[in-house]
Design a protein around this ligand. Structure first.
Ligand code: ATP
Ligand code: MG
Length: 425
């Protein structure tokens, strides 16, 4: 506690003591405003006024002090009313307003907890088998998170690294990895984005951070993963003209991170696309920082196989080769877009099709040149019965056409920047 905080606290206690003495005097002789009572009111008023002045000249950012400061104007008004109206009910109403304040605080606390509880989610995938490629990352995460949970004796003589930073270009699977890890660990998953924390109300963001870590720590008996996405949105490098609220937010976050080091069941995983924007103090806190790169050629093969796993495309086909060369520099999410685009090609063809044949189970398929003219049905797709149309299977030509239409979203210059950053740190 700083000297200023101690001073403020002492002064506040003096004022409260004075106020309590005053209440006791009024309780004994409620009707009489004696000279001694008037003097006591004045002393108390003076103390409260002094506190207000100090606070105005040098605002306090300590949470406890801010609570104190927030009740001062009310206390001051109550004392003045008491002095000029001489009515002891004013003191009682002051007590009532204190209890209103207490219930307001409880409500505020509940609102904070409710908004944080919304960030607790179920992993959207089953586990590492839903992550294509990235074998080295899965291995690191298994060593850092899964092994200590299942074989804690291995870590008896060393501290568990429970803060991890994943950084890299967009769409490379950082968020997917965290979901997979949470599923593998059967962990309780909190997924927090800056929008869950940043608030336009003064002091609210720190309160949200505080509540977040409080709730997470309450789960300490169960493996918990706290995933903070786009962490650069909360912890940018400090700059000279940085806003006060941003400094306070970072300080609160840094304190909470330090406290988390002693909670082996809680794993903090943060993700960012801009590691160079992170505050160095914050960056250093991560015990493990992992670069998630664009998928390599074998990883692109794994990704495309995963995204087309329920199709008739042969995994052994030599048509993969040109596709893998063509998709050099694509991210996992670019490849997901590409496959989505390819799946749409047979569907788009249905819209223009006018000739149909009936196949097994009374389903309609677009006719091809091999079908005999007599078996053809001529109509638009809209005229066919609901749920009766079958599209043709997706082919490599569709994937190639999609690769021409869907461009990569990350430039070579962007990748260079990540690589340079990796070499510097
Ligand atoms: N290795 C992967 N395995 C499976 N799917 C992946 C992989 N990489 C990317 N994807 C696909 O790309 C999409 C985006 O992935 P994700 O959201 O995990 O990327 P990210 O790295 O978190 O991106 P951002 O940095 O923009 O948040 C996923 O929904 C998934 O379809
Ligand atoms: Mg993400």
């Amino acid at each position: 506690m700083s000297d200023h905080q101690t001073f403020l606290l002492d002064l506040y206690h003096e004022a409260v003591q004075c106020f309590q003495d005053l209440s006791a005097v009024f309780e004994q002789t409620p009707q009489l405003l004696t000279l001694s009572k008037r003097q006591q009111i004045d002393i108390c008023l003076e103390k409260v006024q002094h506190l207000i002045q100090i606070e105005e000249a040098n605002p306090s950012y300590d949470k406890h002090n801010r609570e104190i400061v927030s009740v001062l104007p009310l206390l001051y008004t109550q004392l003045q009313q008491l002095k000029y109206n001489h009515n002891f009910t004013q003191i009682t109403s002051c007590a009532t307003s204190t209890s209103i304040k207490t219930s307001q605080k409880a409500k505020e606390e509940k609102d904070l907890r409710d908004s944080i509880k919304k960030t607790q989610i179920t992993p959207r995938i089953q586990g590492f088998e839903d992550i294509a490629g990235l074998f080295f990352v899965k291995k690191i995460l298994a060593t850092l998170v899964l092994l200590p949970i299942r074989q804690p004796q291995l870590y008896a003589n060393q501290k568990i690294s429970n803060s991890i930073l994943l950084y890299g270009p967009p769409g490379t699977g950082k968020t997917q990895l965290v979901h997979a890890l949470a599923a593998e660990a059967s962990a309780c998953l909190f997924s927090v984005a800056p929008s869950n924390i940043l608030s336009c109300y003064i002091g609210q963001s720190e309160k949200l951070i505080h509540t977040l870590f409080k709730i997470v720590k309450e789960k300490r008996d169960h493996t918990t993963i706290l995933f903070m996405d786009e962490i650069d949105g909360l912890c940018r490098r400090r700059s000279g003209d940085e806003a006060e609220w941003s400094r306070r937010l970072k300080t609160e976050l840094l304190c909470q991170l330090t406290a988390l080091e002693d909670c082996p069941n809680i794993f903090l995983i943060c993700a960012t696309n801009c590691p160079w924007d992170l505050d160095p103090a914050f960056y250093r806190r991560f015990q493990k920082r992992i670069y998630i790169p664009l998928p390599s050629r074998p990883d692109r093969f794994d990704l495309l196989k995963l995204f087309t796993k329920n199709t008739s495309l042969e995994t052994t086909s030599n048509e993969w080769g040109p596709l893998l060369s063509k998709t050099e520099g694509y991210s996992g999410s670019d490849l997901a877009d590409l496959v989505r685009h390819a799946f749409n090609i047979p569907l788009t063809e249905l819209i223009d099709n006018k000739s149909w044949v009936v196949v097994n189970d009374n389903l309609y398929q677009p006719a091809s040149v091999n079908h005999s003219f007599t078996s053809l049905i001529q109509c638009d797709v809209q005229e066919l019965p609901p749920k009766s149309v079958q599209a043709r299977n997706i082919q490599f030509t569709d994937l190639m056409a999609a690769a021409n239409a869907v461009k990569k979203t990350i430039s070579d210059a962007d990748i260079k920047r990540y690589e340079m950053f990796e070499n510097i740190i």
